[in-house]
Design a protein around this ligand. Structure first.
Ligand code: SF4
Length: 494
């Protein structure tokens, strides 16, 4: 069952809002749903939702907008276009085909590998540019619309320099459609802040969303009240929600509501290790949360210093202790392996830290969860070498074995898939035929390897500081010069 928390309008311009994965995930994507709300409340627009398991047949679609959140989403994009009988490449489409465009974190981070498939792309915050685009689309022919759209801030068209769009946060963004089919069933998600001021050296969530911004406290409370009219499941979203200047007040407000007897199931995806407080944990526990996650990124203080994750071991131990003493049943400790300059001693630090945490917190569930370092554009580590897959897998096996001996659960991402993620993240326009070929060959991991080999495409796994990078065409703060000086500063810290 779906519940619309607003009144959709209809119109004569057909816009397909396509999510390149199954509906369950589409209904959990706040960014996608919010833009759908904008489209479906714009006069003259008939907005139609699409996901890979539910592709509508729409005659005379004027345009198709994709939201890409994950590197492998291109598979879902191609699947959707193919099922709609629309050529994959933009230059193979004609006046009768819809305009096809995309936005989302993947596109903002690096649109280059995808540029051949879209007529234009949105870089940065989409809400304002999207409104302007809708206004143009519904009033002009395809050709004229493209001419007008290309000059908007935050719009990238293959090969032309573009600037990221950054908006001031006004109207609070929340889940506009509640559904029991969504991954987070009937959950009213509220964005309370955007970006993160910590600037960990690998982190796109921080670097591509600068500056950190937050919504006004009063507006957040208003949104919570609105959500509670429809559901008792409330989730607060943001890369660094506890940096909201009134985060404690927001939590207190929720706690008071619970104390008044209002049943609230509260969700917060992860806790910031250096700001875990007894009050915060107690409110979460009151709101039904049993487990949570903290991200430490690396076990050795040296490596954490290098990646600008300025977290002391004491703070980690303290966070776990507070979580345990205030009622959580367990914590997932998220980290990475393969960070540049990592040594075997840094890997062994995980075991030492794991043992220490376990010994200090008997009976508390601890799980270490690892991904491998994937260098990302627009971060100070964008030039770094990605470690060889075999070597990463050896480290994973070693950690798994040693953690098992210690009786600590551990989980690992696939180093092979992470490798392909790094290829896509730092690719350029030369990857277009490769992407199309991977799709044609079924999109499984073997398809990536064989397509790359057969097309003879060379992948760079390290870049020089002074070379032109594919994504330099996108202008965003802090800019390349400052990323270089930050990278050099970090190197001096190890
Ligand atoms: S604290 Fe988290 S969100 Fe913020 S920069 Fe570091 S990794 Fe990114």
């Amino acid at each position: 069952m779906e519940k619309y928390l607003y009144k959709p309008l209809s119109g004569s311009y057909n816009l397909i809002m396509a999510y390149p994965a199954i509906e369950e995930f589409a209904l959990a994507s706040l960014g996608y749903l919010w833009l759908y709300k904008i489209a479906s409340t714009t006069e003259g627009i008939n907005a139609v939702r699409s996901s890979t398991d539910n592709i509508p047949s729409v005659k005379n679609a004027g345009s198709i907008a994709f939201s890409m959140s994950f590197d492998f989403d291109f598979i879902g994009v191609f699947e959707t276009l193919e099922k709609m009988d629309i050529p994959l490449y933009a230059n193979e489409r004609d006046e009768n085909d819809p305009l096809v465009f995309a936005g989302g974190p993947v596109i903002t981070t690096n649109p280059r590998p995808y540029e051949a498939f879209f007529d234009f792309m949105l870089i940065g915050d989409g809400e304002e540019s999207f409104k302007k685009i809708l206004d143009i689309l519904k009033n002009h022919s395809k050709r004229k619309a493209l001419e007008l759209i290309k000059d908007l801030e935050g719009v990238y068209i293959a090969g032309s320099p573009a600037k990221k769009a950054t908006v001031g946060l006004q109207e609070v963004i929340y889940t506009p459609i509640l559904s029991d089919k969504g991954y987070f069933k009937n959950t009213f998600i509220i964005e309370i802040a955007r970006g993160c001021m910590n600037r960990c050296a690998f982190c796109t969530a921080s670097y591509t969303n600068l500056p950190f911004r937050n919504y006004e406290y009063e507006k957040i409370i208003e949104a919570i009240e609105q959500g509670l009219k429809y559901t008792n499941k409330i989730a607060l979203l943001g890369a660094q929600i506890s940096a909201h200047p009134r985060f404690n007040d927001i939590m207190k407000y929720l706690e008071n509501k619970m104390d008044e007897g209002i049943n609230i199931e509260l969700g917060i995806s992860s806790l910031r290790t250096d700001s875990v407080s007894p009050d915060m944990v107690r409110t979460l526990v009151k709101g039904g949360q049993k487990h949570s996650t903290i991200a430490i990124e690396a076990a050795s203080e040296r490596l954490r210093r290098f990646i600008n994750k300025n977290l002391k071991e004491e703070q980690i131990l303290n966070a776990v202790k507070i979580a345990k003493e205030n009622g959580l049943k367990g914590l997932k400790i998220y980290s990475m392996i393969g960070i540049p300059t990592e040594t075997p001693a840094d890997i062994d630090e995980f075991l030492r830290l794991g043992k220490l945490i376990k010994d200090e917190n008997k009976g508390f569930n601890i799980e270490f969860s690892f991904s491998t370092f994937v260098p990302k554009p627009h971060t100070p580590l964008q030039w770094s070498k990605r470690e060889d897959t075999k070597s990463l897998e050896n480290k994973q096996k070693y950690l798994e074995k040693e953690f098992r001996k210690l009786g600590i659960a551990s989980k690992f991402s696939s180093a092979k898939w992470d490798y392909w993620q790094s290829v896509l993240s730092r690719g350029g326009s030369e990857l277009a035929p490769f992407l199309a070929e991977v799709y044609k060959r079924g999109g499984k991991i073997g398809a990536y390897k064989s397509a790359l080999k057969d097309l003879d495409i060379k992948v760079k796994d390290e870049f020089e500081l002074d070379e032109l990078l594919p994504w330099d065409i996108i202008c965003m703060e802090p800019g390349k010069e400052r990323l270089i000086s930050e990278y050099n500063r970090l190197l001096r810290r190890i």
